[in-house]
Design a protein around this ligand. Structure first.
Ligand code: FAD
Ligand code: SIN
Length: 523
């Protein structure tokens, strides 16, 4: 998309604009249209330019036998490092089986075992095998296919640039597409823009994971929380100098028995956690980071050579390894942690409502309280399905039929760093292990970023990353403790006075982040 104009050249009217065409956006759009709303879904990429498309391991959902809602809740809360909202966890986990049933009604096909029942695997932090999967390790592609086949209209190549509001709430969205800048007038907007992996030099996320929804919500006045909790996936295929989107080796590979070893063949997680290689993701990534620092190396290895039928169970990963000249049946797989998932985001209730009337959020961009300080594996597709449905229904119930007046639709003026500079800065100072000096250096560079008028997609994306990085680093500086996937080498323990989330909003100066409540014990 090459829009380079600030003049509005087209207008449209609808009841609900959904921003994003992944699991959360398409589920929400479907729920709202089934309740009679006129829905316009916009996606800046194509039909498969989503994190959803790449999801491998599966969906965590309470199994009909040998499992309970209580057990899934307990595993989620244990992984969440004391920051989960217990009511949100229970509500979302309880809704899982119905959400998956709805997806199957839509035509999604999940793998079955020899007995014909849905097959279930295990991943880090889960006490039992409850993860359902499709195509072996192509769960996300099957979800994207099934939701895409539902025939919802989506405007591809259309980027939301600004949420328009007046004193009563949302009035529409400024959109850039191939025709130029346009305004869609609508009383409801639902953010389903996915994650922020592109803040870092290496990530499992697609190129479009540039935190746009965080920046859009911030500018509209919504609250943001838990941004400091970025989940680094422990087993991302390593290549010297490899940058950008890197291939994931699913945690389900360890669930089926693969082991993490260092260059000497020694276990990386032995003695670190009772669940060993299947400890929660933050624990495993930290163990790898420590081992790499001790050995002065840049990757460890995943040993899956002893697993039977690897290529059948994990066809996607087998192909990704083949592209790198590796055969999991014969080779140790070089792996290292890389940015994977944003546990924080736009603050919502369990129906996807933000504090701005008419603004909803669902999926990875939202912070419902399900994940706390560290997401339990495969809980995000679950959340996308449940919150997508609920937010779509909430918008239909609360905003249908409301008329909105046109509001000012100027392009946003936001601080912006060059993408390469920003990714190197964040990778150096705000990755798996952080400290005060590094965070202060990051903060100084981010704080000096000049303002840009964002009149095309690259400018918008770089600005969204810069705004989000500022907030993330500010939160990480204030959180002078280690908790979940936020690890401070200068504050290695959790601090009892910091066992709560920080909510941030833009200050009156436009770029000042304010926090409520303040963390105690911070210095
Ligand atoms: P996405 O699927 O990322 O969709 C975001 C959409 O927003 C895209 O259509 C994008 O184009 C659009 N968009 C963004 N900004 C704008 C804008 N400004 N204007 C218009 N459109 C915009 N989770 C699990 O639960 N289980 C797994 O097995 C699993 N495996 C994973 C494997 C990988 C490699 C990755 C990257 C993630 C994995 N996750 C997994 C996480 C999970 O896939 C994601 O959290 C989830 O799919 C996010 O869905 P979403 O709908 O919120 O966003
Ligand atoms: C994986 O398959 O390891 C990723 C699962 C997830 O991110 O939930």
């Amino acid at each position: 998309m090459t829009t380079r104009t600030s003049a509005v050249v087209w207008e449209d009217h609808t009841d609900l604009v959904v921003i994003g065409g992944g699991v959360a956006g398409l589920t929400a759009a479907r729920a709202a249209s089934r309740r009679g709303m006129r829905v316009l879904t916009v996606s800046k990429g194509g039909p498969t330019d989503t994190s959803t498309q790449y999801a491998q391991g599966g969906i965590a959902v309470v199994a009909p036998q040998g499992d309970t809602v209580d057990a899934h809740v307990a595993d989620t809360v244990a992984a969440g490092g004391g920051l989960c909202d217990d009511d949100a966890v229970r509500s979302i986990v309880s809704a899982g089986p119905d959400a998956v049933a709805a997806l199957r009604d839509l035509g999604a096909v999940f793998d079955t075992g020899r007995d014909g029942d849905v097959a279930r695997t295990r991943e880090g932090g889960h006490s039992i095998r409850r993860i359902i999967h499709a195509g072996g390790d192509a769960t996300g592609a099957e979800i994207q296919r099934a939701l895409g086949a539902a025939g919802l209209p989506v405007l591809f190549g259309a980027a939301a640039a600004r949420i328009l509001t007046d004193d009563a709430g949302v009035t529409g969205v400024l959109v850039f597409d191939e025709h130029g800048a346009g305004v869609v007038h609508a009383p409801a907007v639902l953010l389903a823009t996915g994650g922020l992996g592109q803040l870092y030099a290496c990530s499992t996320n697609p190129p479009g994971a540039t935190a746009d929804g965080i920046a859009l919500a911030f500018a509209a006045g919504a609250g943001i929380a838990d941004l400091e909790f970025v989940q680094f996936h422990p087993t991302v295929l390593f290549a010297a100098g490899g940058m950008g989107r890197r291939p994931l080796i699913s945690e389900a590979v360890r669930g089926e028995g693969a082991r993490l070893v260092d260059s000497r063949g020694e276990s990386v997680t032995g003695g670190v956690h009772p669940l060993g290689d299947l400890a929660p993701r933050d624990v495993v990534s930290r163990a790898i980071a420590r081992r790499l620092a001790d050995l002065g190396e840049d990757h460890v290895f995943l040993d899956a050579r002893h697993l039977d039928g690897f290529a059948t169970r994990f066809p996607t990963i087998t192909a990704l390894c083949a592209d790198a000249g590796l055969d999991p049946a014969h080779d140790l797989l070089p792996v290292a942690p890389a940015a994977h998932y944003s546990c924080g985001g736009v603050v919502t209730d369990i129906h996807g409502r933000t504090r701005i009337p008419g603004l909803y959020a669902a999926g990875e961009v939202a912070r419902t309280g399900l994940h706390g300080a560290n997401r339990l594996a495969s809980n995000s597709l679950l959340e996308g399905l449940v919150l997508g449905e609920r937010a779509g229904i909430a918008a239909a119930v609360e905003r249908t039929g409301l008329r909105v007046e046109a509001t000012d639709a100027l392009p946003p003026v936001l601080p912006r760093l060059d993408r390469d500079v920003l990714q190197r800065l964040m990778t150096r100072h705000a990755s798996v292990v952080r400290d005060a000096d590094g965070l202060a250096a990051a903060s100084a560079t981010l704080g000096a970023a000049p303002n840009s008028t964002c009149i095309d997609l690259p400018l918008l994306e770089d600005a969204a990353l810069t705004v989000t990085a500022r907030a993330l680093v500010a939160a990480a500086e204030r959180r002078t403790e280690s908790r979940g996937c936020h690890t401070r080498s200068d504050h290695p323990e959790p601090h009892p006075g910091q066992a709560h989330s920080l909510e941030m909003r833009l200050g009156l100066a436009g770029d000042t982040v304010v926090t409520t409540p303040q963390l105690t014990g911070a210095n």
